[in-house]
Ligand binder design. Structure first.
Ligand SMILES: NC(=O)c1ccc[n+]([C@@H]2O[C@H](COP(=O)([O-])OP(=O)(O)OC[C@H]3O[C@@H](n4cnc5c(N)ncnc54)[C@H](OP(=O)(O)O)[C@@H]3O)[C@@H](O)[C@H]2O)c1
Length: 371
């Protein structure tokens, strides 16, 4: 049973108990009626949200997806193909395993489109390719899924890394969306942007990635309002942490080591090697908490493409929905403390004798937030 269904039933039962037994004598009849109506209303809304959404007919509809080489994009391309959509699978490396596997496992409708979203020319080539190969279909959806991540503290994250991540995760989306909007206007289709919960909340060592995903959400918010006049729908998908190549431990650890080695000696001295070692352990610990079931995310992406009336925002996995709701309602001082508890660091070298807190090494039980 879905969490929302269970919660709806609990609320409805609670409403019934209140109404029948009226346990609180301090409540007036009107007060009680208000409470019961509120609980019943809430349970109805929750139940309604679990009813599967009506889907559009995939016949004659094409979808363009970026970043299909691996992860969510690869899985989404396969699923939409099996549902009968004509899929244009944008791949950064069309000769590598991911694209080849798509070609061999999907129908003839699926076409691989080479695209690096940071390259204006390649984006316009991809638009031309779709135009020339779309046949009698309309372009129904564009899924901006391509993305990169870094997981390191600001002081050893080079400015070029910030620029690169913004170029892929933000300007890539802007380029691709602007390129395809004329086709989407014809079909009154939709743009689906894969953001992240990191776009709502910034955890330590996530500043660069969070900046890009916050910008992606801001772009989507603006686009949604501006495209309403053309009946174009804009949706964001905001997952927590999942096991895909973007969260590969080896890559992220190597990247940190390289960045650390290139950091000025003065900065490294202030932090100290011990701090950096503990940092790497924390990164490893938190990546181990990544959720393995990609379908939690891909099902939401499929619904965003297929539903007649999709939500504007999808947060896969009920615990992450709950956490996002609670953390979003907390003052920053408290949410900062919560995040710090989940990413426990020791004092940097230059603070060791100044801090009253001592230098507690984090425990392996510490978990990351979005798992
Ligand atoms: N996994 C998570 O925990 C998580 C959480 C929240 C949001 N997301 C978002 O979900 C999206 C998909 O990521 P994923 O988790 O499925 O990881 P992934 O498997 O690494 O997918 C990202 C894809 O984007 C491609 N890509 C990278 N740079 C590109 C560029 N310049 N142009 C075109 N394509 C490019 C990658 O190609 P290569 O493999 O060749 O580099 C890869 O196929 C990303 O936007 C990511 O930020 C992921």
């Amino acid at each position: 049973m879905k969490f929302r269904t269970a919660l709806a039933i609990v609320l409805a039962v609670l409403a019934g108990v209140l109404y029948l037994f009226q346990p609180w004598s301090c409540l007036t009849t009107t007060g009680l009626l208000y409470l019961v109506t509120l609980l019943v209303g809430l349970s109805m809304v929750l139940l309604w949200s679990t009813v599967p959404k009506r889907r559009v007919d995939p016949t004659g509809k094409a979808v363009f997806i970026t970043g299909c080489d691996s992860g969510f994009g690869n899985e989404l391309a396969q699923q939409l193909d099996s549902l009968g959509y004509t899929v244009f699978a944008g791949c950064l490396a069309p000769d590598r395993e991911g694209a080849r596997a798509l070609k061999s496992s999907c129908s003839d409708r699926l076409k691989i489109v080479p695209i690096d979203v940071t390259d204006d020319f390649q984006v316009s080539q991809a638009v031309n390719f779709v135009k020339s190969n779309i046949g009698n279909n309309v372009l129904w959806a564009v899924v901006n899924n391509a993305g990169v991540a870094v997981y390191c503290e600001i002081e050893w994250c080079a400015v070029q890394e910030f620029q690169k991540i913004m170029d892929v995760n933000v300007f890539g989306i802007v380029r691709v969306t602007k390129g395809f909007l004329p086709l989407l206007r014809q079909s009154e289709g939709r743009v689906i942007n894969v953001a992240s919960l990191a776009g709502r909340f910034t955890l330590p060592a996530f500043a660069a990635y969070s900046m890009s995903k916050k910008a992606c959400i801001a772009f989507s918010d603006g686009l949604r309002q501006e495209m309403k006049k053309f009946n174009i729908t804009v949706v964001t998908i905001e997952p927590g942490l999942y096991k895909t190549p973007i969260t590969y431990e080896d890559y992220l650890i190597d990247h940190n080591r390289k960045s650390w080695a290139e950091t000025p000696t003065e900065v490294r001295k202030d932090y100290g090697e011990e701090y950096f070692d503990v940092f790497l352990k924390q990164v490893q610990l938190s990546l181990k908490q990544a959720r393995p079931n990609l379908l939690e995310v891909v099902d939401n992406m499929v619904e965003a493409v297929c539903a007649e009336h999709p939500y504007h925002r999808y947060v896969p996995y009920w615990r992450n929905q709950l956490r996002a709701f609670i953390i979003g309602s907390l003052p920053v001082s408290i949410s900062d403390k919560l995040f710090a508890r989940r990413f426990r660091m020791i004092e940097p070298e230059s603070r060791k004798n100044k801090s009253p807190k001592g230098n507690k090494t984090p425990s392996p039980k510490d978990k990351t937030f979005w798992n």
